[in-house]
Design a protein around this ligand. Sequence first.
Ligand code: ARG
Length: 459
Amino acid sequence: TANQMWGGRFAEGPDAIMMAINASIGFDQRLYAQDIAGSRAHAAMLAATGILTPSDAEAIGEGLLTVLSEIETGGFPFRTDLEDIHMNVENRLKEIIGAPAGRLHTARSRNDQVAVDFRLWVRDQCDAAIEGLTALMRAFVAQAEAGADWVMPGFTHLQTAQPVTWGHHMLAYVEMFARDRSRFEDARRRMNECPLGAAALAGTGFPIDRQMTARALGFDRPTANSLDSVSDRDFALEFLAASSICAMHLSRFAEELVIWSSAQFRFVRLSDKWTTGSSIMPQKKNPDAAELLRAKIGRILGATVALFTVMKGLPLTYSKDMQEDKEQVFDAADTLMLGLAAMTGMVGDMTANRPMLAQAAASGFSTATDLADWLVRALNLPFRDAHHVTGTLVALAESTGCDLPDLSLAQMQGVHAGIRADVFDVLGVENSVRSRQSYGGTAPDQVRAQVARWKEILA
Ligand code: ARG
């Protein structure tokens, strides 16, 4: 039988395979709350502008609440033949309230309907991401506060570079996640315009009040161009782009956790809650949550590429291609929220192995730069010469199998006669980090100042 929504023009119903490729109810039922909120705002506006009678609008508004509770209590009969959430809700409304249901779609199209539903959904996800990121930042700040002066090696090329503080390393991630948070805030601000009332694409001849529906749904204003309103998915792309960058940050710390929790590093102990054992190797404690977080970026970035590929080259305005936006965004959002929660838990529960960090910080000639700087300050050597002298001392230490502070003064003076005993002061890692007082540097005082700043921001 022909479709009841557009059956007037159709003699035959769709092929079963057409239904399978065309129907979106299997996934867009997640938009039910947004769809009903949008319809209720639309109906109220139609009544306020005299387009609907108050009694019809009342019946529609009440009926939609019944539909909402049916869906939320699991009693709603979702039907694939009704294609999507919009038609499922409207059809059920008709079963409940009868004829007035047919007036709800006045001055509206599924094109602006889906645009408003999806925007509302993505807007909620921005809020969830902002909240998740705030919790994660707090967990990192707590770690930073506890270990503002714990020394550890800083790396470049994953080779020991200079000693840094644990707190400084933790706060590096707070900076990243703060940028992520501001990206979601920006995206939210930009997407907060209401496309409802664009109708199919050209607007409508009915005297609707778009300000009213925009306000009712918490938007800052209605969108200004009806063609753009129904063809724009920038808001979803921005959400995905922000999610991808955030997931990339998660993957970087996840990788550090995998490395740090290994027997070769032993920088951190992950709690039992975030690790798994092996069914054959009794000693194992595998960092599975961290490994999965390292990998989740694949799905989120994949979703981003998928939606860009869908949108690229689409002529204005709506095309059914755009129905492919939802599953990607749903999966990316679910993945991101789960990832943020998992990372927050893991960071909160992890324990730094201070003795191991300190030992690692002091090895690998980590204070070679401090030695070169001392030669500049104490002996007024040009930095390039100081670098060369220090390199010679590192080579000497390496060939004798010791670290820089283990060389004798005589051995050092053999390389440069001007070196004095106070050089040993700068070869200690504690002094090294304490000296790095430049703004944003790794000195514990600097870290404490940044911790205070973040605690205020995150309060
Ligand atoms: N299910 C559709 C989507 O997700 C709703 C909009 C359909 N509009 C249309 N003219 N076929 O995009």
